[in-house]
Structure formats: C-alpha cells, structure tokens
Design a protein around this ligand. Structure first.
Ligand code: UD1
Ligand code: MG
Length: 445
C-alpha cells in the first residue's frame, strides 16, 4: 500500500497505571506495548512513522527507533498530540493512520481495511475504527444517523445518557486523508468536560465542512485500550491466546494451552511438547522434538533437537543446550554451553561453563563461578562424570573422561581420564550408635 504515514500517540501521562514508567512501555509478552503496535504497522511499509511523546520520555524514544519523534510539550489531549506531529508530516499528501500507543493488539489486516475504505471515496475525510465491547465502559461513542453514517464521536465525559447507551465505541484508530489533516486538526478546540483537545472532534468538524466520515468495525480482542493494570492483564491474556494458537498451528503440542506463557518472540520447532506451568521470557529458540516438562522458567536460551527440560528447570540467558541434552528438576543453567547428550539431572547450578558431550553431572553439583567481584569459567570435558554434591571452584578445567568423586570441592584442573577426589578420611566406630542410644535412654529415665 503506497503513501501511508503513521502517527502513534504516546505522550499521555498514563496516570491510571499508577507507574513511574510511561504507559506504552508496559509490556505484553516481554515487549513494550508500543513496539507491538509498530510491528503491526511495519507490515504496511509506511512512508513515515511518527511517534508523539512527552518531553522526557527517553525510554519510549529509544524503544521506537528508528521512528521519527515529535514532542508534545504538554498533554492537552489527543487532538493536540496529533498537532505536534504535523510538522513532521508537512508535504505528505497520502493517508495518515492515527494510532494510540495504548491500543497494542490491532492487526494489520484491520488497518488495511480502513485505508481501503478511506480511499473508496474522494469526499471521505476520515475512517474511524469502531467496536462493540461487552462493556462499553468509558470509551467514546460513535454517533450515527438513520442511514448508519458516522456523524460524530462523543467522549464519555460529555455524553448524554442516551449517547452513553450506544454500544458502538471508538477504538481511537483513525485513517485521515492527508490533504484535510492539517486544517481539521487546527480547528479542534478544548471546550468540553475535560478541557482537552479531542482528536475525536475531527469527525464533527469534517461533516460541518461538507466532507464525510465513515467507520469500519473491528473485534474487541484487537481494540482493547490499556489504561490501567487490569486492562493490561486483559491485553496480555489476548496476546497469549494468539501466541498459543500460533504455536499449535505450527506443530507444537501444548497439553493445557492456558498454562503456557510465551514471550512475543518464542520460536518452537516441530513436535515440541510443552507441559503445563511453563513460562518463556524473551529470546528463546527451541528445536524439534523437544519436551519442556511442567513448571519450567526459560529465557534467553537455545535448545537443540530432542532435548528434555524440567520439570522445575530454570534456563537463564545464554543457556545454549545442544541436542539430546537432559536437564532435570531444580537445575539452573546460566550462560553455559551444554554439548550433545550431556546430562544434568537434578539440583544443580551450572553458570559460565561448558559441559562436554555426554558428560554426566551428578545431583547437587555447583559451579562456583563468582567470588563476589568477578565471574570465572568452568570447563568440563566430553564424557566426564562429576559425582554428586561437587563444588567446582572456577576457573577450573575437568578433562575429557575424568571422574570426580562425590562430595569433592575441586579447585585444581583435573587431567583427562583422571580421578579427582577431595574428602576427609571417613571414620567408622562399630557399636557406637547402640551405645549412644543406651546412654540417652538412661538419662531420660
Ligand atoms: C481515547 C478516545 C476515546 C476512545 C479511547 C479508546 C479521545 C479524546 N478519546 O480515550 O474516544 O474510546 O481512546 O481507547 O481521543 N495521548 C497523547 N497526548 C495527550 C493525550 C493522550 O499522546 O495529550 C495519547 C496517550 O498516550 C494514549 C492515547 O493518546 O496512548 C489515548 O489517550 P488516553 O488518555 O488513553 O485516551 P482515552 O481516555 O483512553
Ligand atoms: Mg486510553
């Protein structure tokens, strides 16, 4: 679609979120709301994307790069915010899509429908995206005439009781003809209940000038506006439903889809099985035939084909798990490469390490990678066998095929195929326990 410019409004204070963070930086699936929106918009290949922010919203400005930034000095309303973007749009004659940064679930196909409708008529100044939510709450209402044409948008605070009874609501998304944009926006005033410049007044103004406005309908699930934490949770739920559906479509089994939480960028291979209670943070890539067992937390990790993870595993950023590796319960892996077929089956911490192919790490093994100041590397060779409850004090190297006796604290490099064992000699005192019990019983009587 040629000549589209996009303006995303994100300068509002978001007071209802009760947060120090700008509203549009709150995340869905680990990615700021506004970035979701920009991803959907990107598929239209717009000529220009302008994001309107408040003066000190550096975090938003960084997150939306390379979009152009327009600064709205004071949040005086959505109409005022669009006015702040006008200098960036000067000379642009195509269609301008206005989106709200707090309405992140909109789908590209819906935006396309709006542009098509706008272009279908020469006199059409704007197309508004309407929806009929189960609870119209405090959304603006779309007022239509007997023929069903859009005549006005009325904000909840200014609506009469009859207008409040209208179920058709304003999503905030508008496609405006670039040729009319500047003069209509400049005509918006702030004579209303909130004393704000409402973008929504543009509809009434256009009609007053003999132009027309139209609306298209969208689904509530893509038009939810996030103003508070409850709506943020609602939006997350919808986003998760989409990711779950897409994972299953692409060949993953989710035993109970509602108990798997994806990140926006989780990548799954074929025939992956995910058990209930699994949470993915950003940056996870999973190969084919992998099973992620219940209650595992996985972020920033790559997992090779036919690996088995969990239950109750934690894979942190930089966990690089090769094919057929087995990670068992209560195992934490950070910034470590586990090579083909390695096993860490129970209760271990592996950080800043390499674990060679087919090595077996016993229960309770800890890589002691941190001295309070710096991090050090543990290198475990292929086929090594590390006995239970071993502390590997990094930097340290265990050669290929070496065996470490259970309970050892290893501080020196171990040669390939050697046995290293570090234990106090064990003492045994025959009959001691029986004598001890007899003594205690006498004292009690
Ligand atoms: C707005 C609409 C309402 C619609 C609803 C849909 C107006 C006047 N009202 O109300 O009809 O039903 O969205 O969710 O447009 N913003 C700025 N600068 C400002 C004010 C707001 O950039 O001065 C941005 C906000 O960051 C936000 C968006 O515009 O991303 C919408 O603002 P918000 O205050 O949430 O408007 P609503 O009250 O939700
Ligand atoms: Mg809002």
């Amino acid at each position: 679609m040629s000549s589209i410019a996009v303006v995303v409004l994100a300068a509002g204070a978001g007071t209802r979120m009760k947060s120090t963070k700008p509203k549009v930086m709150h995340e869905l699936g680990g990615r700021p709301m506004i970035c979701h929106l920009l991803a959907s918009v990107g598929e239209l290949s717009p000529e220009k994307v302008v994001v309107v922010t408040a003066p000190k919203m550096e975090s938003v400005q960084r997150a939306v790069a390379p979009a152009e930034i327009a600064i709205q000095q004071e949040a005086l309303g959505t109409g005022h915010a669009v006015a702040a973007a006008l200098p960036a749009l000067r000379g642009f004659a195509g269609d301008v899509l206005i989106l709200y940064g707090d309405t992140p679930l909109i789908e590209t196909a819906t935006l396309r429908r709006m542009i098509e409708k706008r272009r279908a008529s020469e006199t059409c100044a704007a197309v508004v995206l309407g929806f009929e939510p189960d609870d119209p709450a405090e959304y603006g209402r779309l007022v239509t005439d007997a023929a069903g044409n859009l005549t006005e948008i009325v904000e909840f605070a200014d609506a009469t009781p009859e207008q409040k009874a209208i179920g058709l609501c304003n999503s905030g998304v508008m496609a405006i003809s670039g040729g009319h944009l500047e003069s209509l926006i400049s005509a918006i005033d702030n004579r209303n209940a909130k004393g704000e410049y409402y973008l929504t007044d543009l509809v009434g103004l256009a009609i007053g000038r003999g132009l027309t406005c139209a609306f298209v309908r969208g689904a509530e699930t893509e038009l939810l506006g996030v103003n508070n934490r409850a709506q943020l949770a609602e939006a997350e739920k919808i986003a998760q439903m989409r990711w779950r559906a897409s994972a299953m479509r692409d060949g993953a089994t989710l035993i109970d889809p509602e108990q798997v939480w994806f990140s926006h960028d989780t990548k799954l291979g074929r025939d992956v099985v995910i058990e209930p209670g699994v949470f993915f943070g950003p940056g996870v890539r999973i190969g084919d035939n992998v099973r992620i067992k219940a209650f595992s937390h996985i972020e920033g990790a790559t997992i090779g084909d036919a690996a088995q993870i969990g239950p109750f595993a934690r894979l942190r950023p930089g966990a690089d798990i090769a094919g057929e590796v087995k990670i068992g319960n209560f195992v934490e892996i950070k910034k470590s490469r586990l090579e083909q077929g390695a096993k860490v089956s129970h209760l271990s911490y592996i950080g800043d390490a390499r674990v060679g192919a087919e090595a077996n790490i016993g229960a309770g093994t800890i890589t002691c990678n941190y001295d309070g100041y710096d991090k050090f590397v543990t290198d475990i060779g292929a086929g090594a066998f590390v006995g239970s409850n071993t502390a590997l004090v990094a930097p340290v190297k265990i050669g290929d095929g070496a065996i470490i006796g259970a309970g050892s604290t290893i501080t020196k490099d171990v040669a390939a195929d050697a046995l290293a064992i570090e234990r106090a000699p064990e003492a045994q005192k025959p009959g001691w326990a029986a004598r001890f019990r007899a003594l205690k019983q006498k004292v009690v009587k």
